[in-house]
Design a protein around this ligand. Structure first.
Ligand code: GLU
Length: 461
């Protein structure tokens, strides 16, 4: 049984890099009929906040990545971590270290003076035949893990291929602080073990932690998961994405009027591909996904392509759902829908013209109230002549028995012939007077939806 997890630290917002990690873990579990676990890594008590936990849970809900187990909170598992620390001490895989802060600083200074890489010199590490220092009365010890002195830690990374790290590169890391609280790498290990995670799919900023975690798992006789480290997402300039420069939080995307399925579709394409397919559903993604097809190098966010994809998803989204999604935007703009045309029909007519939901809300607006035309449009299309002509056209419209796009359309040709004008000389002033903009779908369909009384009121206005 395949089991994957997403394990964010609640120290800010839900980053889109995190969403991509969650997406690939989720897809791998779904593809293999496995289990996807959500774990909140909140052991850093100073940086973790309840607001951030909420941002993660809300963000996961918004993108629609459903988890089968969790959320599990590391802060609820301290007793378990303490048990495992005791187990490692008892089996001789961990030991107490009584170095004071001053001692560690002096050690570091000496090593640096000798031009060595600073590291803990293992003075409290018990070895056969070694005499340990006398236990000082005033120091509460930390617990350190006994990293193997030689050999290599190696794993076949599902994304990056074989990675080998010499144990000599690794320290005897602290697994419990003086107050007994467990440290980050240690909690991850115990959790991945207890939660029976078979595939650890995470950002490649964790590659350095992996050999440490593997050593601890081995000391615990725990099975080793498969590791797959995903490369970073860079911005368009090839830089690491930052909150200052780039939209990085899931909430930013929701605010910009992005559909969650479009964000997931685009994130799926960042560092993974299936032939030339750009636009696809999550069902297709799950069917096609494999870790082998994930690229080992970083990918760049392309805003234009992303917005194009969002437009494709808006086009194929259900109109009723789009109506619900833009309802708060319309309400905030003071657009009153009651008494106007059915919003789903308006959306069906205009949705091909927009790339995001904010633009969709703006596009819908003039079906419910007359928009103020720009000075340039008034100047260009509304002369005394054309306004008088629109009055004559209003009379034709008033005479229609059936109010439909076809019936309105049939008035155009004879009216233009009668007036000796081209279609544009009718369509443009008509749009400006009725809609307040020249940028509309075909004018007969627009008038049909707005409704006879309202159109006449605006034209004669
Ligand atoms: N909590 C870590 C983070 O937010 C992820 C740890 C992991 O996936 O192993 O970056």
């Amino acid at each position: 049984m395949i089991r994957t997890r997403f394990a964010p630290s609640p120290t800010g917002y839900l980053h889109i890099g995190g969403v991509r990690t969650a997406l690939f873990s989720w897809a791998y579990a779904r593809k293999n009929k496995g289990v996807f676990v959500l774990r909140i890594e909140d052991t850093d008590l100073e940086r973790s906040t309840p607001e951030s936990v909420k941002a993660i849970l809300d963000g996961m809900h918004w993108v629609g990545l459903d988890y089968d187990e969790g959320p599990f909170y590391q802060t609820h598992r301290f007793d378990r971590y303490k048990d495992v620390i005791r187990q490692l001490l008892d089996s001789g895989h961990a030991y107490l270290c009584y170095c004071s802060k001053d001692e560690l600083e002096a050690m570091r200074a000496e090593q640096e003076a000798r031009g060595e890489k600073p590291r803990y010199d293992r003075r409290w590490r018990p070895e056969a035949g070694k005499t340990l220092p006398t236990i000082p009365a005033d120091v509460t010890p930390v617990v350190r893990f006994k990293t193997p002195l030689d050999g290599v830690v190696a794993w076949d990374d599902a994304v990056k291929g074989r990675i080998e790290i010499a144990n000599q590169e690794l320290d005897d890391l602290i697994i419990a602080r003086p107050d007994g609280s467990p440290t980050y790498n240690f909690c991850v290990v115990v959790d991945d073990w207890d939660m029976q995670i078979t595939h650890v799919i995470r950002g490649d900023d964790h590659v350095n932690n992996t050999p440490r975690q593997i050593n601890i798992l081995k000391a615990l006789n725990a099975p080793l998961p498969v590791y797959g480290h995903l490369p970073m997402i860079l911005n368009e300039d090839g830089q690491k994405m930052s909150k200052r420069r780039d939209a990085v939080s899931v909430v930013d995307y929701a605010d910009k009027g992005i559909l969650p399925e479009a964000l997931l579709n685009y994130l799926a394409r960042l560092g993974w591909g299936h032939g030339d397919d750009e636009f696809f559903s999550m069902e297709q993604f799950v069917e096609w996904f494999s870790l082998e097809a994930v690229s080992a190098s970083a990918s760049r966010f392309n805003h234009e392509k992303f917005m194009w994809l969002n437009a494709q998803h808006i086009k194929s989204a259900d109109n009723g759902r789009l109506a619900e999604l833009i309802a708060p935007r319309l309400a905030a703009a003071g657009v009153e829908l009651s008494g106007g045309p059915a919003i789903e029909e308006v959306i069906a007519l205009v949705k091909e013209r927009v790339q995001d939901l904010n633009a969709l809300a703006l596009e819908v607006d003039y079906f419910y109230r007359k928009r103020e035309a720009s000075a340039a449009d008034v100047d260009k299309h509304l002369s005394d002549d054309s306004v008088a002509r629109m009055g004559r056209f209003a009379d034709k419209l008033a005479g229609l028995d059936t109010w439909s796009a076809e019936a309105i359309h049939e008035l155009f040709k004879p009216f233009c012939a009668e007036e000796g004008i081209k279609m544009g000389q009718l369509g443009m002033p008509l749009r400006v007077l009725v809609c307040g903009t020249t940028q509309t779908p075909s004018v007969d369909a627009v008038l049909a939806l707005i409704g006879k009384d309202e159109v006449l009121r605006r034209l004669r206005g």
